[in-house]
Design a protein around this ligand. Structure first.
Ligand code: CP3
Length: 341
């Protein structure tokens, strides 16, 4: 994985999967029931380490991703957060500069200490050939959750603030740029070998707003991380960026880019992979479907991208209804490639 991030091409590409640990695995569901809530799982290093290792034992991925969630950052800034069964995250929304007074950096690292402890323990526990990935949400996506207070279809509240009072909204983004860079640097100090910035809602913005709220904050975070850790690669995942992918790659400073499901692999090979390593982008539903469709789709991606620096992944996270044996089959297909068997 680190070789691929450094621009090397080996016999077969490395692979890992977003949400490789999670509810599709029976051993995850068992531990999750023991932990109580999802956040209890995230903040208990014994459990979080175990859950991180579960997919590696089954499938020997080339990378382990720290088990946590992107929303621990607003939580550590003092914004109340709960994950309600079947409903996803709920936060007390912040929608104005006045509301920002409810946030504080005072106990930021103290509250995130269980995450750092998880990274330290993982760094010692994972196999030598496995890369440890740290992560955070990118400021725009975190702001989406902080302002909407939950997932959303339209993102009307956050857009209204960003478009109507850009200088006020910039105060929230600035806070997130600084704390996120700090958070990633501390994960690296604890043993993370690369970090990924998840910008799951990058694709909802028009181009000028994309530059200001996706590319610029990412560029600043990358610069802050590089100032302390110049050799640690940063992977950006601006999901849904569409026609803005090229600007993101040219201007954000990331070392590698995650492709969502909609990006044509052959286009990415010509227009992005000539500049940096790419990661992606099998449709998670294809993994849930399995069989011949999965095989053809995986081979198509490998044929288009594996001749240049490439990390095989999905275009978004593993979904809950994925049969674990389909993940085993995908791991086998990638390890056998270019042999079509
Ligand atoms: O990839 C991994 O295996 C590492 C762990 C990880 C989780 N979430 C665990 C999780 C990572 C990297 C994330 C990132 C994350 N979290 C994102 C960015 C990626 C993406 O999916 O777009 C986002 C937007 C979140 C916020 C979030 N967390 C939502 C909207 C939800 C609820 C939706 C759902 O699937 O239930 C979560 C919960 C969550 N995060 C679960 C897991 C395993 C399910 C929790 C459970 O066990 O009930």
């Amino acid at each position: 994985m680190l070789a691929a991030l450094a621009g090397e091409v080996r016999q077969r590409p490395p692979f890992w999967l977003m949400r490789q640990a999670g509810r599709y695995l029976p051993e995850y569901r068992e531990l999750r029931a023991k932990a109580g809530s999802f956040l209890d799982l995230c903040y208990n290093p014994d459990f979080a380490v175990e859950v991180t290792l579960q997919p590696l034992r089954r499938y020997d991925m080339d990378a382990a991703i720290l088990f946590s969630d992107i929303l621990v950052v607003p939580h550590a800034l003092g914004q109340p957060l709960a994950f309600l069964e079947g409903e996803g995250p709920k936060l007390d929304p912040v929608r104005s500069v006045e509301d920002l007074k409810r946030l504080s950096r005072d106990r930021f690292h103290e509250r995130l200490e269980p995450v750092y402890e998880t990274v330290r323990r993982l760094s010692a526990a994972i196999p030598q050939h496995t890369t440890l990935i740290g992560f955070a949400g990118a400021p725009w996506t975190i702001a989406c959750y902080m302002v909407e207070g939950a997932g959303s279809k339209e993102y009307a509240h956050v857009k209204r603030w960003a478009y109507g009072d850009p200088d006020g909204f910039a105060k929230l983004i600035d806070l997130l740029v600084e704390t996120t860079a700090d958070y990633l640097c501390t994960q690296i100090d604890a043993g993370a070998e690369t970090v990924q910035l998840f910008d799951s809602w990058a694709g909802v913005l028009p181009p000028d707003a994309f530059r200001r709220w996706v590319i610029e904050p990412t560029r600043r975070i990358v610069a802050l991380v590089k100032a302390k850790h110049p050799t640690v690669p940063v992977i950006g995942f601006p999901r849904g960026a569409g026609l803005c992918y090229q600007d993101y790659v040219a201007d954000s400073g990331v070392d590698a880019v995650g492709l969502d499901t909609t990006v044509p692999p052959v286009w990415a090979a010509r227009n992005l992979q000539t500049r940096l390593p790419v990661q992606g982008n099998l449709d998670p539903i294809m993994l849930a479907v399995g069989g011949e469709a999965l095989r053809e789709a995986a081979w198509g991606i490998l044929d288009a991208l594996a001749g240049r620096p490439f990390i095989f992944n999905l275009g978004h996270g593993v979904i809950q209804t994925t049969p674990p044996e389909h993940v085993a089959e995908l791991a086998r297909l990638i390890k056998a490639w270019p042999d079509r068997s």
